[in-house]
Design a protein around this ligand. Sequence first.
Ligand SMILES: NC(=O)c1ccc[n+]([C@@H]2O[C@H](COP(=O)([O-])OP(=O)(O)OC[C@H]3O[C@@H](n4cnc5c(N)ncnc54)[C@H](O)[C@@H]3O)[C@@H](O)[C@H]2O)c1
Length: 306
Amino acid sequence: MKHVAVIGMGTMGPGIAATLARGGMTVSGYDTSAEAVANSGALITGAFGVLEALGMPDNGGPEQIRMSDSLEDCVAGADLVVETVPEDLELKLDLLGQLDGLVSPDCVLASDTSGIPITRLQEGNSHPGRVVGMHWSNPPHIIPIIEVVAGEDTAPETVERMTALIRQINLLPILVKKDVPGFVENRVLYAIMRECVDLVEDGVIDAEALDQCVSWGIGYKLAVVGPMALLDMAGLDIYQAVGSYLNKELSTRSDVSPLITERTAAGRLGIKSGGGIFDYTPERIAELRQARAQKLVATRKALENR
Ligand SMILES: NC(=O)c1ccc[n+]([C@@H]2O[C@H](COP(=O)([O-])OP(=O)(O)OC[C@H]3O[C@@H](n4cnc5c(N)ncnc54)[C@H](O)[C@@H]3O)[C@@H](O)[C@H]2O)c1
């Protein structure tokens, strides 16, 4: 695959475009929002800086990316289309329906959905075998895994092409064997988040202390020893003994906690609105963005040397 179209230039699109271009593809980008297109240039430049700091093989630069002013122009001649428009089933189905009539039958249609089953996104597509999940992790130019998810009708060849492409751009394909909502990364993340939010809401711990506990405890450890290897490290007998009394104490709520819903209703959405769980000044946001990117780069480099 040589030419990729990236649809959606919001949080994810610019980093995805930069990573694919650095990996040697030519990329065309498209967004219905002129503001998103205008902002994408600086985000793409920033992502290239990070890819350089990571030491990713240099097979292409920003000159390999161009923005299109129509969907038709963007996907013309594409071997792969990556859609990364908002997480809304109807919106994605509408876009995939349009793409169906615009690309050649052997062009792969990949969705960056965070967890909508791919089988649902294949509905109505005249060549459902080419539709596949390509779930990047945010920030897409820093986190080296991409989940590859087949829907019921995805052709094995599409999965193979996707996996080969991800390896070719020096990232790690993670094959998800069943098309379950949330795939794997988000199921694990949301299980952790549900418990963390519950602990803070119940007053077991303050938000700052919760973050310290998780980041310096299991977060730091899990980056080196994954959960399955951790079971062996700790001992399955210990897990069985603790799990037998602790599992029934853990949160099983199926709605979203008021700690989140009340803030969301009040417009406290996090960094993007200047406050969420914590408060942020514009200076603090800039500082945090830079420090987090630097630390993620340093950690990834250290982990790659193990
Ligand atoms: N944000 C994350 O952390 C993250 C991580 C992994 C996957 N995802 C998934 O990636 C997708 C995009 O998420 P995001 O956070 O980048 O969203 P976003 O809202 O930041 O950006 C989406 C962009 O798509 C544009 N758009 C909307 N409709 C369009 C259309 N019909 N054609 C072209 N452009 C259109 C919007 O103008 C916007 O700029 C979602 O499916 C999301 O679940 C997000």
